[in-house]
Design a protein around this ligand. Sequence first.
Ligand code: PBG
Length: 324
Amino acid sequence: MSFPTHRPRRLRRTELFRNLVRERSINTAGFVYPMFVCPGKNFEHEVGAMPGVYQKSPDKIVEECREIEQLGITGVILFGLPDHKDPRGLVSLDSDGVVQQAIQGIKRAKLNILVMTDVCLCEYTDHGHCGVIEDGEIVNDATLEILGEQALSHARAGADLVAPSDMMDGRIGAIRKRLDEHKFENVPIMAYSAKYCSGFYGPFREAAHSAPLVGDRRSYQMDAANAYEGLREVQFDLDEGADIVMVKPALAYLDVIRLVRDNFDAPVAAYNVSGEYSMVKAAAHNGWVDEKRVVLEILLGIQRAGAEIIITYHAKDVVRWLKP
Ligand code: PBG
């Protein structure tokens, strides 16, 4: 039985009917706001391709985190832009490094937000790759040790959660082991599990100064064509001890988010990445789309696909828009 017995428009006729039957609303409690920490004091610089997103010195990061807390945003994820880089990214282990300073500052301010850190080498290596290079290859196992040390260094500074984004095999197990050995068994790992090799990271590489000098990331990040391989990556990361698994980017991978959500019972995060943000900003700037409308539609779509947690540069705007 169909029309004219059924008229779906009956329940769309008025605002009250639409409110009555709405299946979900955006869950802002799952928002994580990315931030870029650079050296210095009282310094900030807007990222050209990402209007509204800044590289900031640790003191300025703490200032913005007060705003984050006031807005009721649950957490931030920190990326570091060190003052110098080296072949193995060892600068990332400095207990007085930019990320470590920012964590300590946020913790000293006793802000009620979760401080998460991105664990990777690409922001710290002079060649810009996410792993150590030997004989022209990005080598896996030698990288694990440095990642473990970096995660430990973030935990020592006070990080509430670490999020490895490098895509080396076995990093979750290596990091879990290192953290546990040093009594950080309560620090969770959010694994960038199904992380695809993507053109949508373009603006991030300006923001984090992390573009590879030669080559690309195809030998470690996933091929965009492979959804089921994403399930394998998630399985391995959970087996190694991941607490939260992530799909990244979000928009071109909503099917992967749904697959992961339907096949596992761990919390699922999605990263609404830099290029997804910049496209909206550029189109809105030109008057081609209504920014507020499309952003809310995008985030709702990512949550509808199955992600509880969304890492998004839009977080502050959205929370302001939705404030009663
Ligand atoms: C580091 C890392 C990247 C992003 C998060 N962590 C870049 C990359 O892998 O090339 C991208 C985030 C974004 O585009 O917003 N490995």
